[in-house]
Design a protein around this ligand. Structure first.
Ligand SMILES: Nc1ncnc2c1ncn2[C@@H]1O[C@H](COP(=O)(O)OP(=O)(O)OP(=O)(O)O)[C@@H](O)[C@H]1O
Length: 282
């Protein structure tokens, strides 16, 4: 669905990506994680064809992204971090804009608005910022494009809305659809994404499903005096640790701990994770 090959891009003299390679498939919800300023938004803009690569290519659905052909645009919905909506109601917005997306479903949009508790007949500009974001997320889901990109979608959402967001996005994933969600608030993607992408120091240093990660690593609290871990942080009752999964047991991936370990340049962890099939290495 998405094939990025040797992508180099930056602003001015500041290079953000250096021959970055990445392949993403349909039927997955990818979580794009990275520190502030790592370049998550910029990478998403490259995928959406909103930024011109210095070199390399970004191909989406067989077409070069930056050409932004009509067939490409019909199958892409991009929710940027900051959204600006017109002074019309959600219903009017769907009537005037929905037809750009051949698979847009008005009924689904109305149901999603109801799920998010958004009034359908109030001007979008009179909604709170969180409500506007939810309305736009609902529109993006109802557009039913094969590629849905969301840049920090949970910013501005209250806690119940974050849970609702996770539930709604998870419920609309199909084998035909690829969803990419960026965040620096790792916990917001818990129980939603199936594959983790970590963007760090110019590269995608991890592109792996949670299942694959669970096969290699265990996550959990171990005694404070234990030295048998790959990465650990202090915990009230010991150490919150990542250990090697040597006995095929299953533990839920603690994405925050994993992310912290990776950005702290934990080479043992990265080597272990990269034993098979990763895109690039530090
Ligand atoms: N239009 C621009 N012109 C110049 N520099 C930019 C522009 N947009 C982003 N940058 C810079 O590029 C770097 C990456 O920005 P980007 O917004 O892609 O990061 P991010 O990972 O999404 O960060 P955050 O988590 O804070 O949203 C930052 O150093 C930023 O200042």
């Amino acid at each position: 669905m998405i094939k990025i090959t040797n992508l180099s891009f930056g602003y001015g003299k500041h290079k953000l990506f250096d021959s970055l390679n990445l392949s993403l498939k349909r039927g997955h919800i990818y979580g794009l994680l990275g520190m502030n300023g790592a370049g998550k938004s910029t990478l998403l803009k490259n995928i959406a064809g909103l930024a011109m690569p210095w070199s390399g290519t970004c191909v989406v659905n067989g077409g070069v992204a930056v050409k932004r052909n009509p067939s490409f645009l019909q199958e892409l919905f991009f929710i940027p971090e900051d959204i600006y909506l017109p002074p019309v109601t959600a219903k009017q917005f769907a009537e005037s804009t929905g037809h750009f997306y051949p698979k847009f479903e008005h009924k689904q949009f109305e149901q999603l608005l109801a799920d998010f508790d958004i009034p359908i007949n109030r001007s979008l500009t009179k909604l709170s910022l969180g409500q506007q974001k939810k309305a736009y997320i609902a529109f993006g889901i109802a557009a039913n494009t094969s590629l849905l990109i969301m840049d920090e979608p949970t910013n501005g959402l209250d806690i119940p809305s974050k849970a609702q967001f996770r539930k709604l996005v998870a419920s609309v994933l199909t084998d035909d659809r690829c969803v990419i969600i960026s965040t620096h608030q790792v916990r917001d993607l818990d129980n939603l994404i199936d594959t983790v992408l970590v963007l760090h120091k110019n590269y995608i240093i991890l592109n792996q499903s949670l299942d694959e990660i669970s096969e290699k690593l265990n996550f959990g609290v171990i005694p404070a005096n234990s030295a048998d871990y790959i990465y650990a942080e202090q915990h009230l009752s010991g150490l919150n640790a990542i250990t090697e999964n040597t006995d095929n047991s299953f533990t839920k991936v603690d994405m925050e701990l994993l992310f912290n370990a990776i950005i702290n340049n934990n080479l043992n962890l990265i080597t272990l994770l990269n034993k098979t099939g990763n895109e690039q290495h530090i």
